[in-house]
Design a protein around this ligand. Structure first.
Ligand SMILES: *[C@@H]1O[C@H](CO)[C@@H](O)[C@H](O)[C@H]1NC(C)=O
Ligand SMILES: *[C@@H]1O[C@H](CO)[C@@H](O)[C@H](O)[C@H]1NC(C)=O
Ligand SMILES: *[C@@H]1O[C@H](CO)[C@@H](O)[C@H](O)[C@H]1NC(C)=O
Length: 406
């Protein structure tokens, strides 16, 4: 009975992406209105006393992407030559790195540590939802991409822009979730980009996915065939589930307390999971103001394919693979072409990034995998790397001390 309910809910979830979206807070007792929910990323950074720049770059295939920069810390006036590029995950944006505030946001922390901080936005999120010729609202062609294109085109385009503006030849790269996937795509598809990376830090690495435990992702993977057909039939290409439908998901899947119910109505948290002990209730209104930030249906489908195949390979177009790749199965990403130094930070309770899958990734990366670190908190989950109360202590301090070695 439960599984029928879940499938119905998931079908709704995909379909509800087509319904109008209101970025307003729901009537929930745990929430107090917070003006930060409605401020843009540059407005937030300015409000908290840090310098900020917004840059726009256009990819070779016409997508107009927004990059945010915090050139230096609060107590400094000079821009350092240590450049770091941060890339967000699925359904997320550059807001990830700053919405927890100046004491907890990795963007601010790195700026205060003396880094020139750049934060990317992948095609299709609400800050990179524009194109030179295609209209995201009316041209389904705009949405014909997965994280393959993000890694093969967006991230290298943004990195080249950053290197050009800063006059540097290499930078540090930190990715979360899909921000790690797109890094492995970039450095295997374009091995020449390895030389532009001083070191890469994967927070919750995702390449192999067949051991992940997220209930919603499992349902999605199991039904991905029919759901894909359904999505195409009714013309849905953007994955941004509607709030009312997410509230139904919350009712079925989530514990009954206010915070859990509230977060379960947010597609990002419902899919990825979170650790209640790591959640700071004060920032909930701000989190919901900025997430989920939008993705294509094909980004989600590409992950569903990985869960089903257990392989880390390009998008599966079915019969069209022959045309596209000259083979029936999509080509695997060649991890042996990755040579940039990589550090993997992973955790025991991560719904999306399972320990065994991370161990396999490190093995297949060979010498590039410098080290992997299991987070000390056994309950630490996928989104706690960004929003967890103890993220600075458990994750960022480690990353910063490792960066100093390169
Ligand atoms: C999209 O980009 C075009 C330039 O190609 C610009 O004129 C337009 O204002 C942009 N739209 C949005 C919503 O940013
Ligand atoms: C999209 O198309 C509809 C009609 O199909 C039109 O009313 C609307 O203005 C278009 N949107 C944009 C942003 O061009
Ligand atoms: C929760 O967030 C608020 C607002 O950013 C911050 O002032 C407070 O220190 C945070 N609490 C904890 C326990 O991190």
């Amino acid at each position: 009975m439960l599984s029928i309910k879940l499938v119905a809910i998931f079908a709704f979830l995909v379909c509800s992406s087509a319904l109008p979206h209101e970025r307003t807070l729901q009537n929930n007792p745990v929430l107090t209105a917070d003006e930060d929910a409605d401020l843009t990323v540059p407005e937030l950074i300015t409000k908290y006393g840090y310098p900020v720049e917004e840059h726009q770059v256009t990819t070779s295939d016409g997508y107009i992407l927004t990059i945010h920069r915090i050139p230096h810390g609060k107590d400094s006036t000079t821009v350092s030559d240590k450049v770091v590029f941060l890339q967000h995950g699925l359904l997320s944006s550059s807001a990830d790195w700053i919405i927890t505030g100046t004491t907890h946001g990795l963007g601010y922390i790195l700026a205060d540590e003396g880094y020139d901080v750049w934060m990317g936005n992948a095609r299709g999120n609400h800050m990179s939802r524009n194109h030179t010729t295609l209209d995201p609202d009316n041209d389904s062609e705009f949405w014909q991409f997965s994280w393959h294109e993000i890694g093969a085109i967006d991230v290298p385009t943004m990195i080249d822009h950053v290197l050009e503006v800063t006059g540097q030849t290499s930078l540090y790269h930190i990715g979360h979730s899909q921000g790690t996937t797109s890094f492995y795509v970039m450095t295997s598809i374009h091995p020449e980009y390895n030389a532009k990376i001083k070191a890469h830090f994967s927070l919750a690495p995702i390449a192999y996915m067949n051991h992940m435990t997220s209930p919603l992702m499992h349902i999605l993977a199991f039904w991905s065939g029919p759901l894909d057909v359904l999505a195409k039939l009714i013309g849905i290409n953007e994955f941004l589930p509607n709030n009312e439908f997410m509230a139904m998901v919350g009712d079925v899947l989530c514990a009954d307390d206010d915070i859990t119910q509230f977060l379960c109505t947010n597609a990002l948290f419902a899919i990825c999971g979170f650790s209640p002990d790591e959640m700071n209730a004060t920032i909930l209104p701000v989190l919901t103001g900025h997430t989920p930030a939008g993705s294509s249906v094909n980004q989600v489908m590409h992950y569903a394919q990985e869960i089903n195949s257990g392989a880390f390979r390009q998008f599966d177009y079915g019969l069209a693979n022959l045309d596209k790749y000259g083979s029936l199965t999509p080509p695997p990403y060649q991890l042996d072409l990755i040579t940039a130094p990589i550090y993997l930070l992973y955790s025991h309770n991560d719904w999306m990034s399972a320990e065994v899958d991370v161990v396999k990734l490190c093995e297949n990366l060979g010498d590039a995998c410098q080290a992997k670190f299991l987070i000390a908190d056994g309950e630490f989950n996928h989104l706690d790397y960004l929003f967890g109360i103890r993220a600075p202590e458990l994750v960022y301090n480690k990353v910063i001390s490792l960066m100093a070695r390169h």
